[in-house]
Design a protein around this ligand. Structure first.
Ligand code: PMM
Length: 281
């Protein structure tokens, strides 16, 4: 889909949206260093677009557990030229950031969605920036920065607590002026969550529908898949060998009617989504 179509509103496709991930970082757990230069990231984004991604999510900060944060200037240097080039080609682009300075620069460079993994908790000004630009806003469930997030992985009822905390963030976004038809929620798999928490959130995903906004799911390459697929010696399945399992998750998520999936490998998930759409047609 083009940036223009996204500016007009969230897409109403007869199938889930596929968001292709481009991490312009030296240290992401999933693809750190692979697209760390501007040229490599632009080329990778163009490739994911050619494979059918509906939107590209460009990120300059790794959120892997324990990661240290880049300086604002570093994050800007990483993402802005990539966004400008891809959006300049008419490709719909989302920026994966928790910082208002980066959100402003990204929207001015042509991004149409702000994907804030902190749901506005890391920097409340992100929501104002989104509102001022009339952008769409992905509100992910989050409790703390990567260095300490696993200390916050404690819940009595993970689904209920994630849903309540997301509801509060949605209220804050609307209070900041974000249009309610521009909001998306994401349960934030792996962010202050154990593998069991992630599985329970997936099993009970339809219970998030009471939030009344579209649901995005990001499971691609995450460690709970590595653990599930561990070898006989207990070692987790390597990050790049978790794709088939993720396609299975995309398939189930599509059957459940999620609005979108955030994936590193676009073609396989899009194929799965097409199969589901045809089956349910
Ligand atoms: N996961 C990562 C980064 N950004 N954004 C959303 N909305 N949902 C996610 O699950 C999510 C995210 C984890 O890092 P990655 O970029 O290496 O997948």
């Amino acid at each position: 889909m083009s940036s223009e179509a996204w500016r007009a509103g969230l897409p109403e496709l007869p199938r889930p949206v596929v968001m292709g991930v481009v991490n312009v970082t030296p240290d992401s757990f999933s693809d750190g260093g692979r697209w760390a230069t501007t040229d490599a990231a632009i080329a990778h984004g163009a490739e994911l677009h050619a494979e059918g991604a509906d939107i590209l999510d460009i990120g300059g900060e790794s959120t892997r557990p324990g990661a240290t944060r880049p300086l604002v200037a570093e994050e800007l240097d990483r993402v802005v030229p990539v966004i400008r080039a891809l959006a300049g080609d008419g490709i719909a682009v989302s920026v994966d950031t928790m910082r208002h300075e980066v959100a402003v620069a990204a929207l001015e460079a042509g991004a149409v969605v702000v994907n804030d993994v902190s749901g506005g908790l890391a920097d409340s000004r992100v929501m104002q920036v989104v509102a001022e630009h009339g952008a769409a806003y992905v509100v992910m469930h989050w409790r703390a920065h990567s260095t300490e997030m696993q200390q916050h992985a404690s819940y009595d009822d993970v689904l209920v607590e994630v849903r309540d905390e997301l509801a509060q963030r949605l209220e804050a976004a609307v209070a900041a002026g974000v249009a309610d038809d521009r909001l998306v929620v994401d349960p934030g798999l792996g962010f202050a969550k154990t593998a069991d928490h992630n599985w329970e959130l997936l099993q009970r995903l339809p219970e998030l529908e009471t939030l009344g906004v579209p649901i995005l799911v990001g499971s691609s390459r995450k460690s709970f898949l590595g653990t599930l697929l561990a070898g006989p010696d207990g070692s987790p399945r390597p990050v790049l060998d978790r794709e088939d399992a993720n396609v299975a998750l995309t398939t189930i998520a599509a059957i459940q009617g999620v609005w979108g999936v955030r994936v590193h490998e676009v073609r396989a998930s899009l194929d799965a989504i097409r199969v589901v759409s045809r089956w349910l047609d």
